[in-house]
Design a protein. Structure first.
Length: 154
């Protein structure tokens, strides 16, 4: 797990105090919302997708769903989700804890417009029992993510 790398990157951006660790699982949107006592839409869900150019992490509002047509129009290919057993190798984080930063070199990050419904949001932080509180401008800065519109509201 890359939790220590996540913490180092947060510290580098002056955001170390935003890290949260739970005694319960936060591995799904519903569990994370319960752990944080917030609405599920505030959870910044990371979708790990294999593309012809390499793996990408697409960060979306917790209740949003990928719109296959929008994805294909944006990326010029069909979305192919990375299986859970391959996440740590390709993305560097475990299933239920995929953080949109502290990633292996070459993994690109995209932020879906659906995230703009909430500020702050809570992405996972490298383990299935943690999260980090980030405002959208901070999420953009920490991830270096590019904004796209590839989801439908859930």
């Amino acid at each position: 797990m890359r939790v220590e790398e996540v913490k180092k990157q947060l510290a580098a951006f002056g955001l170390a105090e935003r890290y949260r660790e739970f005694s319960v699982s936060s591995a799904t949107v519903e569990l994370a919302a319960q752990a944080l006592d917030c609405e599920p839409g505030r959870i910044a869900k990371s979708l790990s997708i294999r593309t012809k150019e390499g793996p990408v992490v697409l960060v979306v509002m917790g209740t949003a769903r990928l719109d296959n047509r929008k994805f294909k129009d944006c990326f010029h290919q069909k979305a192919a989700f990375i299986p859970g057993e391959a996440l740590e190798e390709l993305i560097g984080h475990p299933q239920g804890g995929v953080c949109p930063f502290a990633l292996p070199e070459g993994v690109r990050v995209y932020l879906d417009e659906s995230l703009r419904a909430f500020d702050p949001v809570y992405p996972a932080a490298g383990a299935p029992n943690n999260a980090v509180e980030l405002h959208l401008d901070e999420l953009e800065r920490v991830t270096g993510g590019q904004w796209v519109d590839v989801c439908k509201a859930g």
